[in-house]
Design a protein around this ligand. Structure first.
Ligand code: AMP
Length: 144
């Protein structure tokens, strides 16, 4: 399965925030949208970074509640690892495992084209395993 297959079923919507957004507003957004990370971008097309709930927690632990008035641009990860639409599911799993992060923005022709979370990866892999199991059962029982 490819990134393009996953995006076809989940859609290409990506929640983005401007780098000037405060961390307090980011927390509200993550909670309201029930997501764990957002792409940081000033035009919703080019990537300036990614910021996740993990960044907020580590900044809170280091600096306390004062961090809520800082900006997303100050706390985000600017060196973003991305995926392409032709990348395979097993490649995404390796990238997330090795990089120790749970989100991969998809970039096509230099533009943001979607985002894959670890939840999307698990769902896609479960679908693949179910298909494999059905194919094996059909093979063993001789039914198509
Ligand atoms: P996550 O597991 O996605 O909540 O993110 C854990 C840490 O990795 C946080 O510091 C994020 O800013 C960072 N991060 C998340 N996704 C990416 C990515 N695709 N490329 C680089 N860093 C990332």
């Amino acid at each position: 399965m490819l990134v393009s297959d996953i995006l076809r079923s989940k859609g290409a919507d990506v929640v983005t925030v401007d780098p000037s957004t405060t961390v307090g507003d980011l927390v509200q957004l993550l909670s309201r949208r029930k997501i764990g990370a957002v792409v940081v971008s000033s035009d919703a097309e080019t990537l300036a970074g990614i910021v996740s709930e993990r960044d907020v927690v580590s900044q809170l632990a280091a600096h306390g509640p004062a961090v809520l008035t800082r900006t997303v641009g100050e706390i985000c990860t600017s060196d973003v690892v991305t995926a392409g639409s032709g990348d395979r599911l097993d490649e995404l799993m390796s990238t997330m495992t090795e990089g120790r992060f749970r989100h991969l923005p998809v970039v096509v022709d230099g533009r943001l084209a979607g985002i894959i979370s670890i939840g999307d990866v698990v769902k896609a892999r479960m679908g693949e395993l179910e298909e494999e199991q059905q194919a094996l059962t059909s093979y063993i029982t001789g039914q198509s």
